[in-house]
Design a protein around this ligand. Structure first.
Ligand SMILES: Cc1cc2nc3c(=O)[nH]c(=O)nc-3n(C[C@H](O)[C@H](O)[C@H](O)COP(=O)(O)OP(=O)(O)OC[C@H]3O[C@@H](n4cnc5c(N)ncnc54)[C@H](O)[C@@H]3O)c2cc1C
Ligand SMILES: *[C@@H]1O[C@H](CO)[C@@H](O)[C@H](O)[C@H]1NC(C)=O
Ligand SMILES: *[C@@H]1O[C@H](CO)[C@@H](O)[C@H](O)[C@H]1NC(C)=O
Ligand SMILES: *[C@@H]1O[C@H](CO)[C@@H](O)[C@H](O)[C@H]1NC(C)=O
Length: 548
């Protein structure tokens, strides 16, 4: 029983309650966002209709992309899930764990999947995508990301696009006890300098942004739909896209539309108008899956499934990455507030350190609470400190489990296959060790026999000897879990070109985390939302040029 609780904890660390100072304007959201005026159940859409842009996936990148393109074009945004307002647990920080634990196979807003390594994971299935189920930490990408991502970024437009996002949905959090302790401990551990509150990626320790506002209310990419031109944007929810329609042969293949199914099982055709496009923003699992189901992928593999080959593209579903997460959780002797990630330590040795504190119901007797009925739930605060490695370099792949788009593909990430990833984890774990040894952490130790002060870990304890590389490596492998920053599957340079166009198929792009070969910055959502805005501007500019 306790093992079960602790292992659940290892997977679901963050539950929080904190206050924040707005960067964004706060307020009218509480009445219900204005974008709901143009969001409709897919059943209400015509069987055939025509649009300039058809965007598949109303997620972290898809929403800002749709809002931007709607300024001068007729846009259809297709999302398989429902609106966030239908799932109360998503609206508050306290609902974070409840939402992740509610894992109905076809309907819950968090769709669970487990990699072949046995690591439990989750993907968003709701308007707003994974930004509507995530932990809300917001931090821009590192400079290396823009240098090495294979695209010629215009950094001025990148900055303007980040600002466009931040004005609407990013807030400055106020630190309480655990986050403050971690900040101080990181500084003592040499993760310096202290950079205060900043959205920028800078070496040292900082406070980042949050998409939860000062009332603890969630904002997500869906709120960026408030920027849309309501006359031009059509958002269909409970619209599951099953296939991309491609015509032509050889060098002149075009995407001409998509087929989607509504909640009562009816099929709809959405077709692109002249010079229009289909854009996949279905995420690192959804976009490669949909390409494969549409016959765009490795020929022998598609043939094995009996899927007619539309375009042989060998790397669809390959180069799928997930950044391993490792760390420890402890029960403090003094009460701590709940908190989501607010502080991050950006080291120069291959890892980022983050923390959360979480109150969990605990229904089992322990030596310290023997006077309570074994059945009475006892609430314990569990404080977690963890590291995410940069990159990663190890990659895996995605395979279909079914030709039903609702069924999760089978994924494998090959955590730590590359020895550099393992070294990064060893470095990060040692940093956590340094932070735990700092005087800032003293108050979290229990006074044991003979004046010895010790932490009480829940789940895995720190390795005994952090100088023993083999022992720390073993810890990394044994306790690996995910921070949900998986990416890749439609890699830039392999599946899409530097303009995010699918190689060999005209009027078809992929704009989401599936195109990334590394996780941007400490946490990806900032950069995915920026990407949606950036590519929207880019596509419109390109189209203007083409016209003259
Ligand atoms: C539990 C959790 C916590 C996280 N915490 C943080 C954090 O604190 N900070 C941070 O920066 N990042 C965090 N992340 C990561 C971040 O949220 C994701 O990397 C990011 O949201 C992915 O964006 P995306 O646009 O690539 O995909 P998504 O946002 O997942 O969007 C894909 C969308 O496509 C839809 N879709 C898929 N297939 C179809 C189809 N066939 N038809 C129609 N629609 C379809 C999906 O329903 C979804 O809405 C977290 C992620 C999770 C899961
Ligand atoms: C969508 O509309 C159909 C038809 O009106 C209805 O049966 C269905 O329940 C609706 N779906 C949702 C999830 O609202
Ligand atoms: C973009 O913003 C970053 C971080 O705020 C800044 O360092 C950089 O100079 C800016 N670049 C441009 C081109 O404006
Ligand atoms: C691990 O840390 C050491 C010491 O700081 C450093 O020299 C090494 O480059 C780091 N390894 C990686 C993969 O970053």
């Amino acid at each position: 029983m306790t093992t079960l609780i602790w292992s659940a904890l290892q997977g679901l660390l963050f539950l929080a309650f904190f206050s924040s100072i707005p960067v964004a304007r706060s307020g009218p959201q509480e009445q219900g966002p204005s974008y709901l005026k143009f969001v409709f159940n897919a059943t209400e859409f015509p069987h055939v209709d025509y649009y300039d842009y058809i965007i598949v996936g109303g997620g972290t990148a898809g929403c800002p992309l749709a809002a931007t393109l709607s300024s001068s074009h007729r846009v259809l945004l297709l999302e398989r899930g429902g609106p966030i307002q239908e799932f109360p647990s998503l609206l508050t920080q306290e609902g974070f764990i409840a939402a992740l634990m509610n894992v109905d196979m076809y309907d819950s807003p968090a769709q669970a999947f487990t990699s072949e390594e046995g690591v439990p994971n989750a993907r968003g299935r709701v308007l707003g995508g994974s930004s509507a189920i995530n932990a809300g930490f917001y931090s821009r990408a590192d400079a290396d990301f823009f240098r090495n991502s294979g695209m010629a970024w215009n950094l001025e437009v990148v900055n303007k696009s980040y600002e466009w996002v931040e004005k609407e949905i990013v807030f400055q959090p106020m630190l309480k006890s655990w986050q403050s302790v971690v900040r101080d401990a990181l500084l003592e551990a040499g993760v310096s300098p202290y950079n205060g509150f900043t959205l920028d990626h800078v070496m040292g320790t900082k406070i980042g942004g949050s998409t939860f506002n000062s009332f603890g209310r969630r904002h997500s990419a869906a709120d960026l739909l408030n920027y849309a031109n309501p006359v031009n944007l059509h958002v269909a929810i409970y619209a599951s896209v099953e296939r991309i329609l491609v015509v032509g042969i050889g060098l002149t293949q075009f995407a001409i539309g998509v087929i989607y199914r509504d909640s009562v099982g009816q099929y709809h055709h959405a077709m692109v108008k002249k010079n229009g496009e289909v854009i996949l923003s279905a995420g690192a699992i959804g976009s490669p899956q949909l390409l494969l189901l549409s016959g765009i992928g490795p020929r022998p593999y598609l043939s094995y499934w009996g899927i007619p080959v539309v375009r042989h593209l060998p790397y669809v579903g390959q180069y799928l990455y997930d950044n391993p997460r490792n760390g420890i959780s402890l029960v403090p002797p003094i009460p701590l507030e709940q908190s989501l990630i607010q502080v991050v330590g950006i080291t120069d040795s291959g890892s980022y350190i983050e923390a959360a504190s979480n109150v969990i119901p605990f229904a089992s007797p322990s030596p310290n609470i023997f006077y309570l009925s074994p059945l009475a739930p006892v609430y314990l605060t569990v404080a977690t400190i963890m590291e995410k490695i940069t990159g990663p370099l190890s990659s895996g792949s995605l395979r279909l489990a079914s030709t039903d788009v609702r069924v999760n593909p089978i994924v494998r990430f090959n955590y730590f296959n590359n020895p550099i990833d393992l070294e990064r984890c060893v470095n990060g774990t040692r940093k956590i060790g340094d932070a735990l040894r700092s005087s800032s952490m003293d108050g979290l130790r229990y006074l044991e026999w003979f004046g010895v002060k010790e932490f009480r870990f829940v789940g895995a304890a720190m390795p005994d000897d952090l100088s023993n590389t083999q022992e720390v490596e073993e810890f990394c492998r044994r306790t690996v879990s995910t921070i949900w920053h998986y990416h890749g599957g439609c890699l830039m340079g392999k599946v899409v070109d530097r303009n995010f166009r699918v190689k060999g198929v005209k009027s078809l792009r992929v704009v989401d985390g599936s195109t990334f070969n590394v996780s941007p910055g400490t946490n990806p959502q900032a950069t995915l939302m920026m990407l949606g805005r950036y590519m929207g501007l880019n596509i419109m500019e390109e189209r203007e040029k083409y016209k003259h």
